[in-house]
Design a protein around this ligand. Sequence first.
Ligand code: COA
Length: 187
Amino acid sequence: MKIVKLHEYPNLVSKCCSILNTEWPRSEAARMQSLEKSNDNFPISLLLLQDRDGNSIDSCDVVGHVKLNRELGDIIFIESLVIRPEFRNRGLGRYFMDQVEKFLETLGFREIRLTTTDKVEFYQKLGYKIVPGQVVPASSRSFKISLNHEQENRDQTTFSSPAPPPLPPSVSFGSSGFIKTLMAKHI
Ligand SMILES: CC(C)(COP(=O)(O)OP(=O)(O)OC[C@H]1O[C@@H](n2cnc3c(N)ncnc32)[C@H](O)[C@@H]1OP(=O)(O)O)[C@@H](O)C(=O)NCCC(=O)NCCS
């Protein structure tokens, strides 16, 4: 397997777009536009490729994708991690994330954060911890921004600072009932 930056192999954008849109349907134009923002100064889209002998990178199978966004200081926020369905449950998600962590470590980053609705157990297996008290409706667009302010004074090692006050009764969790859980890992 190989990991490459999408912006170094723009011919792979459409394969990547199709993997993401299979998982999270969205207009192809909007998806392509978002993927084309990948650059060395973040966001960076990384691709997991299945390389076969003699294949050029451009003709490799794209097996997975993850987007890295730079947040406060040394913190990276991970989004849109996906492994193609036929490659799941073979350890590739774990392998990809291990390599992502090594890559970020060499760049000097020390913490990774992410939100998830239903993959808490997967990330826990990879060493991510739930940041207590931080759940919001999955549709919330202001989540990351409000977290940034709350996190500035947070104990960076243990995530053990007290939970914020209970949500007011008027907060809605949307018709789907899904909530996002914030998770983090020090690298
Ligand atoms: C989540 C996802 C990336 C996992 O990739 P994967 O290659 O199947 O995961 P791995 O095979 O590396 O699994 C690593 C470990 O996590 C466990 N695991 C994998 N998916 C899991 C899940 N949905 N729930 C609980 N545990 C899970 C595996 O059993 C394995 O455990 P082990 O090391 O104890 O054997 C993949 O299922 C996926 O792309 N899902 C759809 C997109 C998605 O939901 N992305 C996450 C957005 S927050």
